[in-house]
Design a protein. Structure first.
Length: 647
RNA sequence: GCCGCUGUAGCUCAGUGGUAGAGCGCGUCAUUGGUAAUGACGAGGUCGGAAGUUCAAUUCUUCCCAGCGGCACCA
C-alpha cells in the first residue's frame, strides 16, 4: 500500500484527530462516538458545508453538523424537497422536475405537469414521502461535466433541468445527488440517507402556481409547499403558530368587530364602519398633531386631475396602466395615484423665496391605484387608500437635516404605536428611470450622507428606487415577528424640474427645489390592518372604538347606568350603555368577546354609593372605585401617547 | 394579470338533478339574574351573476364576477 499522507482534522474545541488517509465526515463522527455518528447530518470543512460521505483529503478545520444545529434545518428542508420530488416522480412519471429550495419554515418544489395537483394528491404524495423515508435510501453525491449533464437530463426528458445546467459556465463540473432512482442537480450538501428526515416532522402545505424562473412571461409551473422541522414537537409548534396568526387576521377581525367591509361592486376599496372609522380617526388625529409639532402645513388637493398634468409629471408614461381614468367636458382625467404633482401645484402658486424653505406640505391624500386583481389582500393591498403623505420642498443643503429630523419623527411615531424594532433599507437607482446619471449620483450621495448622519443602521436594496429618485424604506416588526414596510423617504430632483417648481435663491437666481417625498404610516388602510393584527383586535384604550360599556345588574339601576354613561360621554370617553334585560354573565361575555377594554358594572350597591365595579378585558379581577376616580383613571389612560404628560 | 381552490340566511358552515337545513346572531314575549351563554316562540335565502344541457338545475357544463392560497406586480 502507498504511504498515504496523514490527515489532521481540527475540531471546534481545538482538539485534533489524525487519520492515515482521506477520511469522510461519517468516519470522523463514528471515530468520535456512536452518538455523534447517529446524530450527524453534514460537516463543515474549512467553513464550507460538505456531505458526510465526501472525502476530506487535506488537513482541515471541521465541525460536525448535528440535528440540533441551526444549519441542520436548512439541509433537512432541502432534503425534504428532494424526497418530495422523488415521490412525485414515482407517482406521476410524466412530471418534469425543476427547482426545489429550502425556504423559511420549510421548502417547496416546482413541477411541470399538465394535470394540476389537487389537495387530495398532497395526501398521497405525503404518504409516498414517508415510504421513501422508511426505505432510508442512501444519498450519493457525484460530479459530472456540464455538457454531459445537459445531455444526461435531456435524454431523461427533463428539459427544465437541462436548461438550468446549460446556463452554468462551460467546463465547470456540476454536482448531482442520487437517492433511489431519483437524480437531481444540486449544490448540496445533503443528509447521508433519506431516513434522516423524521417521518412525522414534515407536512405538505399547499399547491400554488409559480412562473418558471420567476418571470411572468414564462409558463406557469405547479409549486408544492411543505414545512419541515427537526422534531415532531417543532412541527406542531409551527402549525400552532400558523393557527394563532390566523386568529389575528385583520379580515376576520374586521368582520367580527364590524370595523369595515368589502363588496364586489368596489373590489379592493374598503367601506369603513363606525367602529373602524373611529380607530382611523384616532390615528389620523394623532398624525396631524405630530405633523403640526414637526412644522408641516396640511393641505387638500383634487382627486381627479387632467391627464396633461400626469403627462408632465411622467406618471402617464410609466403608470398609465395603474391609473383610473374618466372623461368629462371632452377632457381626459385621471384619479390621482399619488399626491406629489398636486403638491407641486400648491408650491407653484406665487413666488417662493429660499427664506420659505423648507416648505413641508402634508396631505391625507385619497388616492386610487388600479392594482392587479390577484394582488388585492384585505386592507393590506387596496385600490383606494389614504396616505399620510407629505412633500418637503427644500434646498440641496437641507436634505441632510430634513432627513435626520424625519427619521426622529418616524421613530417617535412607531414607538407610540408600540413598534420598537425598525429596519432601514436604502434603495438606489432602478433600471427604468427618469433623469441623467449625474443627477442620480448627486441624489444618492445626498441621501447616503443624510442617513449615515442619523446613525441608523441600514441595508442596501439595489435597483429598488423610485423612477424619480433613490429612497429610504422603513420596516417595522410586529408582535409576531413579521416585517412590514411602512415609512419611506424619497429624494426627488426630477419632479420639481418637470413641473417647473422654482424658488428665488439668496443669489437672486431661480432654482429648482429638491422634493422629499415622505410617508410614515404609508397608507392608513394598510397601517390599520397592521394595527389590528398587532393587537389581535384588543386595542389599547386610546384606539379602541368603544372604550367602556356601562351596564347594570338589574333594571332597577337603569337610571344610574344612564347617569354614569352621561358623565363618561361628557368627559369625551367613547362609552356605550347596555340596558338589555340580560343576565350580567351574558353581558360580560358578549362585551368581552367584542373586545371592549373596560366594563363598568353598576349594581344596587354601586348605585347607592356612587361607585362602579370595573372589569378590564383580559382580567377576571373586579375593582370597585368611586365614580370620579374611575372616570379620571380611564380618561388618563385614554389619552394618545403624545398627549400624556411628559411629551 | 397567471395557476389552483372556493362562493348556500347577517356570521360560521352542512346538504341535494325534483325550487333548502343547523348553530350563533336578529325580533317578540316571559325572566330582574353580582362578572364569559335564562327560556319559549318567530322572522329571514331568485343557493355569486349570465347562458347552456334536461321534463326539471342551487346541484351538471361554459363564460363572467368576487374571495382565498401562491406567483408576477407594488410609483
Amino acid at each position: 500500500m502507498n504511504s498515504q499522507k496523514k490527515i489532521a482534522l481540527t475540531l471546534p474545541d481545538g482538539s485534533s484527530r489524525t487519520f492515515d488517509g482521506p477520511v469522510t465526515g461519517s468516519i470522523l463522527a463514528a471515530d468520535i462516538g456512536p452518538g455523534l455518528f447517529k446524530a450527524a447530518i453534514a460537516i463543515v470543512v474549512d467553513g464550507e458545508q460538505w456531505d458526510l460521505s465526501r472525502e476530506i483529503t487535506q488537513d482541515s478545520a471541521v465541525a460536525i453538523i448535528t440535528k440540533n444545529d441551526e444549519a441542520a434545518l436548512e439541509i433537512l428542508r432541502h432534503d425534504a424537497a428532494h424526497i418530495l420530488a422523488e415521490a412525485v416522480k414515482e407517482l406521476y412519471p410524466d412530471t418534469q422536475v425543476t427547482i426545489g429550495p429550502s425556504i423559511e419554515n420549510g421548502f417547496y418544489y416546482d413541477f411541470a405537469r399538465e394535470t394540476p395537483f389537487t389537495t387530495d394528491d398532497l395526501v398521497i404524495i405525503e404518504k409516498r414521502m414517508s415510504e421513501i423515508i422508511d426505505r432510508d435510501e442512501e444519498i450519493i453525491r457525484s460530479e459530472m461535466d456540464r455538457d454531459a449533464a445537459v445531455k444526461f437530463f435531456s435524454d431523461m426528458g427533463e428539459a427544465y433541468k437541462a436548461e438550468l445546467i446549460a446556463a452554468i459556465p462551460e467546463g465547470q463540473a456540476i454536482t448531482l445527488y442520487k437517492q433511489g432512482d431519483f437524480i437531481d442537480l444540486c449544490r448540496g450538501p445533503h443528509l447521508p440517507s433519506t431516513g434522516k428526515l423524521g417521518k412525522d416532522c414534515f407536512k405538505l402545505m399547499k399547491v400554488a402556481g409559480a412562473y418558471w424562473r420567476g418571470d411572468s412571461n414564462n409558463e406557469m409551473l405547479q409549486r408544492i409547499y411543505g414545512t419541515a422541522w427537526r422534531t415532531k414537537k417543532e412541527l406542531k409548534a409551527y402549525l400552532h403558530r400558523l393557527e394563532e396568526a390566523e386568529k389575528r387576521d385583520h379580515r376576520k377581525l374586521g368582520k367580527e368587530m364590524k370595523l369595515f367591509h368589502f363588496q364586489e361592486e368596489a373590489a379592493g376599496m374598503p367601506f369603513w364602519h363606525p367602529a373602524g372609522w373611529t380607530i382611523y380617526q384616532q390615528v389620523e388625529a394623532y398624525i396631524r398633531r405630530k405633523q403640526q409639532k414637526y412644522g408641516y402645513q396640511e393641505i387638500k388637493t383634487p382627486q381627479l386631475v387632467d391627464r396633461s398634468l400626469w403627462e408632465k409629471s411622467g406618471h402617464w408614461e410609466k403608470f398609465r396602466e395603474h391609473m383610473y381614468t374618466t372623461e368629462a367636458d371632452g377632457r381626459a382625467l385621471a384619479f390621482k395615484p399619488m399626491n406629489c404633482p398636486c403638491h407641486v401645484q400648491v408650491f407653484n402658486q406665487g413666488i417662493v423665496s429660499y427664506r420659505d424653505l423648507p416648505l413641508r406640505l402634508a396631505e391625507f391624500g385619497s388616492c386610487h391605484r388600479y392594482e392587479p386583481s390577484g394582488a388585492l389582500h384585505g386592507l393590506m393591498r387596496v385600490r383606494s387608500f389614504v396616505q399620510d403623505d407629505a412633500h418637503i420642498f427644500c434646498t440641496r443643503d437641507q436634505i441632510t437635516s430634513e432627513t435626520e429630523v424625519f427619521c426622529k419623527m418616524l421613530l417617535e411615531i412607531y414607538k407610540d404605536f408600540g413598534f420598537e424594532e425598525v429596519k432601514v433599507k436604502f434603495s438606489d437607482r432602478p433600471e427604468v428611470r427618469a433623469g441623467d446619471d449625474a443627477t442620480w449620483d448627486e441624489s444618492e450621495d445626498a441621501l447616503r450622507d443624510a442617513i449615515s448622519r442619523t446613525g441608523l443602521d441600514y441595508s442596501m436594496n439595489p435597483g429598488e428606487g423610485a423612477f424619480y429618485g433613490p429612497k429610504l424604506e422603513f420596516v417595522l416588526t410586529d408582535a409576531i415577528g413579521r416585517d412590514w414596510q411602512c415609512g419611506t423617504l424619497q429624494v426627488d430632483f426630477i419632479t420639481p424640474k418637470r413641473l417647473n417648481a422654482q424658488y428665488v435663491g439668496s443669489d437672486n437666481d431661480k432654482h429648482h427645489p429638491v422634493m422629499l417625498h415622505r410617508a410614515i404610516l404609508g397608507s392608513f388602510e394598510r397601517f390599520l390592518g397592521i394595527l389590528i393584527e398587532e393587537h389581535a383586535g384588543r386595542f389599547p384604550l386610546w384606539l379602541a372604538p368603544t372604550q367602556v360599556v356601562v351596564t347594570g345588574i338589574t333594571s332597577d339601576q337603569d337610571d344610574h347606568v344612564c347617569k354614569v354613561y352621561d358623565q363618561l360621554i361628557a368627559q369625551g370617553i367613547r362609552a356605550e350603555k347596555d340596558l338589555r334585560s340580560e343576565k350580567i354573565n351574558y353581558k360580560i361575555r358578549e362585551h368581552s368577546h367584542a373586545k371592549v377594554p373596560a366594563i363598568y358594572v353598576v349594581g344596587a350597591r354601586e348605585a347607592t354609593e356612587n361607585t362602579v365595579t370595573v372589569r378590564r378585558l383580559g382580567s377576571k379581577q373586579q375593582e370597585t372605585l368611586d365614580l370620579d376616580v374611575a372616570i379620571n383613571k380611564l380618561k388618563a389612560e385614554s389619552l394618545a401617547p403624545d398627549q400624556r404628560t411628559g411629551q
